[in-house]
Write a new protein. Structure first.
Length: 94
């Protein structure tokens, strides 16, 4: 493949990644709703550790474990921040 073809392929992957991230946040919001109903906290350190361990075990490519963790820590923070924003807007949570 030449450079323009490779870039087009990456752009298509980026489009899919954005769609998947948005879907992930939608699901995270549903989890936030359930946490609110159950009186649970937004942040669950043990759950995040389990997720990162599971993803690290699946890692098989040029992406390093450190890079994967860095990416997912940011994704998880965005999910928590989103859940908190929604929960704060529903003043009945606090």
């Amino acid at each position: 493949m030449n450079l323009p073809q490779l870039r087009t392929h990456i752009e298509r992957l980026d489009d899919r990644i954005v769609g998947l991230l948005n879907r992930r946040l939608e699901l995270a919001q549903q989890i936030g709703d359930l946490k609110m109903q159950n009186g649970d906290k937004v942040y669950n350190r043990q759950r995040e550790r389990q997720l990162l361990a599971r993803l690290s075990a699946r890692l098989a490519g040029p992406l390093t474990n450190q890079e994967l963790r860095s990416i997912y820590q940011r994704i998880l923070k965005a999910s928590r921040d989103h859940q908190k924003r929604v929960l704060i807007s529903r003043k009945d949570y606090f």
